[in-house]
Design a protein around this ligand. Structure first.
Ligand code: KG4
Ligand code: ZN
Length: 338
């Protein structure tokens, strides 16, 4: 069964064709980063406008790359929540129209579940249950994953998302947008022991698997202010700041994750989301004693439509569809399935 997947929850306009939930026939991602860079953050109005301009061509490119006529598609899946409402509306609306015009089954998918599905493209795919570590610009979540459609949230961030912390620090220092990959690259040439930035320990107060990033972000930003007050910004060695921040940010996650492993007895961790592309996080997770860690390939960590077409197949092949009246939702309170 060949499923066309569409993803437009934020600033990537993406379409992909996946066969039987496992074989990626095409995977097109058109990034809007240059259009938002001047604002150093995603501007929702620009995002939905660009999706509207691009969605047809991106879907056509996904079909072309897969070597398929639209008549050869067997089902359509699109991200329906959570995300920017105006952006979601474009991909979801296009998917519904495509499905309606071709008389195809259609399903609306959850973005979080889709990110957690991305590791199913790794060979051999991780067996359920496993622990999910979803770290992106909008989400930070540690969960028990029992199937493509069933997760139990064990913890999350009480303030900023992991990627948001990377982005805010990079923005403050003017390293580039979006910040994660710039921090990652800078840190490679820095000393992670140069600064002793705080690793949040929430276990005593909150849930054992919660994390917090606001204290770390403030500490890093204050470091720059201290240099400025001393009138010695020339002494700032950006790679040292990046490496020390990255170490604390990753150790924050590792602490909560270790608690999740201890509490559940599950020692397989599957990561996903843009921050899962971080080289230091990958290295530390691979070295974590007693834990087997699985990452999607870097191109499937960030927003993409292959993960949507993949999870979409799981629903559609079971006869689980969404009505064409389904509306996008910016947030989800609890995990609804479809
Ligand atoms: O999953 P994603 O593409 O979009 C959301 O659903 O949010 O994640 C984007 C986030 C951004 O915050 C970006 O800075 C971060 O992922 N990111 C990274 C790296 N590459 C992307 N963070 C740390 N290291 C990276 N190499
Ligand atoms: Zn995402």
């Amino acid at each position: 069964m060949k499923v066309l997947g569409i993803e437009s929850s934020c600033d990537e306009c993406a379409a992909a064709v996946v066969e039987d939930g496992v074989r990626i026939l095409s995977n097109v991602v058109a990034t809007q980063i240059p259009y938002h860079a001047a604002y150093r953050g995603v501007v929702p109005e620009i995002a939905s406008r660009k999706h509207t301009e691009w969605i047809y061509d991106v879907c056509a490119a996904a079909l072309r790359d897969a070597g398929l006529e639209s008549a050869r598609i067997d089902g359509v899946a699109a991200t329906g929540r959570p995300g920017l409402t105006g952006s979601l509306l474009v991909g979801l609306g296009f998917a519904k129209a495509f499905a309606y015009a071709r008389g195809l089954p259609f399903v609306s998918c959850d973005h979080i579940l889709s990110h957690l599905y991305a590791a199913q493209f790794v060979q051999p795919p991780p067996a359920y249950p496993f622990l999910g570590l979803l770290v992106s610009g909008g989400h930070t979540l540690i969960c028990r994953v029992d199937s493509f459609d069933a997760i139990d949230v064990l913890g999350g961030t009480v303030d900023d998302a992991a990627g948001e912390a990377f982005d805010k620090v990079a923005r403050h220092f003017g390293w580039g947008y979006p910040g994660g990959k710039f921090v990652d690259a800078l840190a490679a040439g820095g000393d992670a022991e140069a600064f002793d930035f705080p690793v949040a320990r929430l276990a005593r107060k909150g849930r054992r698997c919660d994390v917090s990033y606001s204290g770390l972000k403030t500490a890093v930003v204050n470091q720059l202010e201290q240099f400025r007050r001393r009138g010695a910004p020339g002494h700032i060695h950006p790679p040292d700041i990046a490496a020390s921040f990255q170490k604390a940010a990753v150790e924050t996650l590792l602490g909560a994750l270790s608690n999740a492993v201890e509490d559940t007895g599950i020692a397989t961790v599957v990561s996903g989301g843009g921050v899962a592309a971080n080289s230091y996080l990958r290295e530390r997770l691979f070295r974590l004693a007693g834990v087997r860690c699985i990452f999607p390939p870097p191109e499937l960590c960030g927003d993409n439509a292959a993960m949507v077409a993949g999870i979409g197949y799981q629903y559609l092949s079971r006869g689980m569809t969404s009505p064409l009246t389904v509306a996008p939702a910016a947030r989800v309170k609890a995990f609804q399935r479809r």
